[in-house]
Design a protein around this ligand. Structure first.
Ligand code: ADP
Ligand code: MG
Length: 263
């Protein structure tokens, strides 16, 4: 075979194997190999590295899209000094993601604005960065999706979807009361992940008040039972971070500044 037809065959084979990044990089890499007198292994290593990098980038993008995180928060963005009721050592332990190994759940409980969503999203971010399938949803969104799925005959598929991710974040449980059908959907999602996959859940209601969100206190109790069985619970109280910032700003504005600029 001539040099040219070998080249054509090689390109064809790379395309057939769907190694499109390598196929595209082939002419450049061949030239580089010639110029630098690379051996066969060195050339092949470089060519495959191009494909591996492209596959890895695609995988990351797909994990990222799948996760649907509402914000780019990281644990390092969280100001622990501002929220002394959050156990920093425990958050750092969770950030190692060991809790995913035995399907431990994480509950952030507290009033609005104390950083529950931020912490949940930051853990989800760590989980994505470690390559785990991770998905963020709010309770309202989850029940709406389940409701639609039931109407469209996709219930089983949707349940499988929520069972799939290594970490499922369910944000804002308790802001809206959940009618029986909605509670049943949430209950099923929690039940099928029980001891299989971690849930990170945020709620404004202390566990004692969960009966209030659900018509049926038995369902609430059963849900809590499964969630809490293997779990880490943060009870965050204190001021809303936004309110605190707002107050600090108004105080700065009110305080007369000294002539040298100091307060
Ligand atoms: P929650 O979910 O508890 O209502 P969020 O997580 O949405 O509160 O936080 C409200 C806002 O305050 C967000 O913009 C968040 O980034 C910020 N915030 C809250 N707590 C902290 C904190 N300890 N450090 C930095 N930002 C915080
Ligand atoms: Mg929130």
């Amino acid at each position: 075979m001539s040099e040219d037809s070998i080249y054509q065959k090689l390109r064809g084979n790379l395309a057939y194997l769907r190694l499109s990044a390598a196929a595209e990089a082939l002419p450049g890499e061949l030239e580089h190999a010639m110029r630098h007198k690379l051996g066969h292994s060195a050339f092949l290593e470089r060519l495959l590295e191009v494909e591996v990098a492209a596959t890895e980038a695609r995988r990351r993008e797909s994990l990222e899209r799948f996760a649907r995180l509402p914000a780019p928060w990281r644990i390092s963005d969280f100001d622990f000094d501002a929220q002394p009721t959050v156990d920093k050592a425990m958050v750092n332990e969770l950030a190692t993601l060991r809790f995913l190994e035995d399907a431990t759940n994480v509950l952030f409980i507290g009033p609005p604005g104390v950083g529950k969503t931020m912490l949940a999203v930051a853990l989800a971010r760590a989980s994505i960065d470690a390559g785990y399938r991770t998905h963020y949803t709010t309770a309202a969104d989850l029940v709406a999706r389940c409701h639609r799925a039931a109407l469209e005959g996709r219930w089983a598929t949707t349940m499988r979807f929520f069972a799939g991710p290594r970490l499922l974040v369910i944000d804002e449980v308790g802001y809206l009361p959940l009618a029986q059908e909605a509670a049943a959907a949430l209950f099923q999602v929690i039940t099928q992940r029980y001891l299989k996959g971690s849930i990170c859940l945020t709620t404004n209601l202390g566990v004692g008040s969960w009966g209030k969100i659900f018509d049926d206190p038995m369902v609430a109790a059963a849900m809590l039972d499964r969630l809490l069985h293997r779990s880490v619970v943060f009870n965050i109280d204190g001021d809303s971070y936004r309110m605190r910032e707002h107050r600090a700003r108004s105080e700065r504005l009110r305080a007369p500044s000294k002539p040298d600029g100091r307060k």
